[in-house]
Design a protein around this ligand. Structure first.
Ligand SMILES: Cc1cc2nc3c(=O)[nH]c(=O)nc-3n(C[C@H](O)[C@H](O)[C@H](O)COP(=O)(O)OP(=O)(O)OC[C@H]3O[C@@H](n4cnc5c(N)ncnc54)[C@H](O)[C@@H]3O)c2cc1C
Length: 383
């Protein structure tokens, strides 16, 4: 086996596979020798990726479900249909994503796929070294998506978005298949900002996800207990079967992840593509990959200067995260104020770092200002 490549991709999860698939498809890697290394073979449906979008996704053909309507429930049972404009909500099952990308990648003669454990990735001058359990490889560039918790300083906020999702099947399911519950706060808030997220996938099946933003995980049984309570007491379903489940923890932080270290380019969560205040990563990663492809097309390298998340949006994100972590402005109240007063399409653009100043103003106006002053200036000084 070769030990030298033009490009080594460390981690073939969401961002690694998206990158290799899209770069090869676009032609920018046509003449490169590429090694993709992951310790797992990606044969399990281990997560679902959901995201809102008002344009065509690079993975449009594998979107499993798409919804036009999004609904919100406050803690005191007030509900409203969100005015989401031309945004829709999409779900991609990871197994469809892995199969789709890997089927294509396996037919590419300039790509080698390796299952191995990566021990270290180092940038040395204009090249990189990757050490695995079995060999040492060299390349001009490495794209890395292997996440280690960063070394935080006191000024950084770090919360966990932890969730358990179950797919239920029931003849009692009384949900509109066109509509999702984007945030349903009709559950106890005793452990932090807590909501349910409900995605009907057919007349009789739905993904029901119990989600918390907090600094520590709960005992396993509590996730199950709360899910059961919600299904029986809020959704009023007594006869149901759990046919699938997922558990996840997503870091929510304003830690400034470096995009590059010499010729190592970080992508996905470790590249800062996870939005601190929401945990959403899929869309940001695709925007990063678009930047990388454009950069190859214009200057022949993956290095680019301007990130798609502007400094202004990083400042909003850090401020919002600090307010959520502080907890004086309760998360359920904050999101209720936001979604009840501002147009949801403006909120979605704001949370996706796509908002104009006019949209920013409308979203900021919906919130109680006193809670934001100190966190805003703290975030400003730290940037
Ligand atoms: C259950 C779950 C659901 C999520 N749902 C959403 C969602 O709906 N929407 C959204 O936007 N985001 C979601 N996220 C957040 C985010 O999109 C995912 O975590 C996403 O997979 C991050 O992509 P990544 O490439 O950074 O990491 P990963 O997809 O985790 O890829 C990293 C890869 O590195 C490999 N690896 C790790 N260590 C080593 C090693 N030492 N050697 C070799 N290989 C290694 C892993 O096997 C993995 O394949 C979810 C996260 C989880 C956990």
């Amino acid at each position: 086996m070769k030990m030298e490549y033009d490009i080594i991709v460390c981690g073939g999860g969401m961002s690694g596979l998206s990158l290799v698939y899209r770069d090869l498809l676009s032609g920018v890697w046509a003449n490169k020798s590429i090694l993709l290394i992951d310790k797992s073979d990606k044969s399990v449906n281990d997560r679902t990726w959901c995201f809102w979008e008002n344009s065509i996704s690079p993975f449009e053909e594998i979107i499993y479900r798409k919804w036009d309507e999004m609904c919100f429930f406050s803690v005191d049972n007030k509900s409203f249909l969100l005015n989401t404009g031309d945004y829709n909500y999409n779900m991609i099952r990871s197994i469809d994503f892995y199969n789709h990308t890997l089927d294509y990648l396996k037919s590419q003669s300039n790509l080698t796929i390796l299952n191995d454990n990566i021990k270290s990735v180092t940038s040395i001058g204009n090249s990189c070294e990757v050490v695995t359990d079995s060999h040492t490889y060299h390349s001009e560039y490495v794209f890395n998506s292997i996440y280690d918790k960063p070394k935080l300083e006191e000024k950084h906020t770090y919360l966990l978005q932890h969730f358990k999702g179950v797919v239920i099947e029931s003849n009692e399911l009384n949900l509109d298949p066109k509509q999702i519950y984007l945030m349903d706060f009709r559950t106890s808030q005793e452990n932090g900002n807590t909501f349910f997220y409900v995605l009907p996938t057919s007349e009789t099946t739905a993904l029901v996800e119990y989600t918390l933003f907090s600094d520590k995980l709960l005992e396993k049984e509590i996730y199950d207990k709360r899910i059961e309570e919600y299904i029986t007491e809020v959704l009023n379903i007594n006869d149901y079967k759990i046919i699938d489940s997922e558990f996840g923890v997503i870091p929510m932080t304003d830690y400034p992840f470096a995009r590059a270290d010499g010729n190592i380019i970080n992508i996905g969560t470790v590249g800062g593509d996870t939005r601190g205040s929401t945990g959403y990563t899929f869309t940001n990663t695709q925007k990063t990959i678009t930047k990388i492809i454009n950069s190859y097309q214009s200057n022949g390298t993956p290095h680019y200067t301007e990130e798609h998340i502007s400094l202004k949006h990083k400042l909003y994100d850090s401020t919002l995260l600090k307010v959520l972590a502080d907890g004086k402005y309760k998360g359920h109240q904050l999101f209720t104020d936001m979604f009840s007063s501002a147009k949801a399409s403006d909120v979605l653009a704001f949370l996706d770092s796509e908002s104009t100043l006019k949209q920013d103003f409308k979203v900021i106006k919906s919130l109680i200002p006193q809670y934001f002053i100190k966190p805003f200036f703290q975030s400003w000084l730290d940037k």
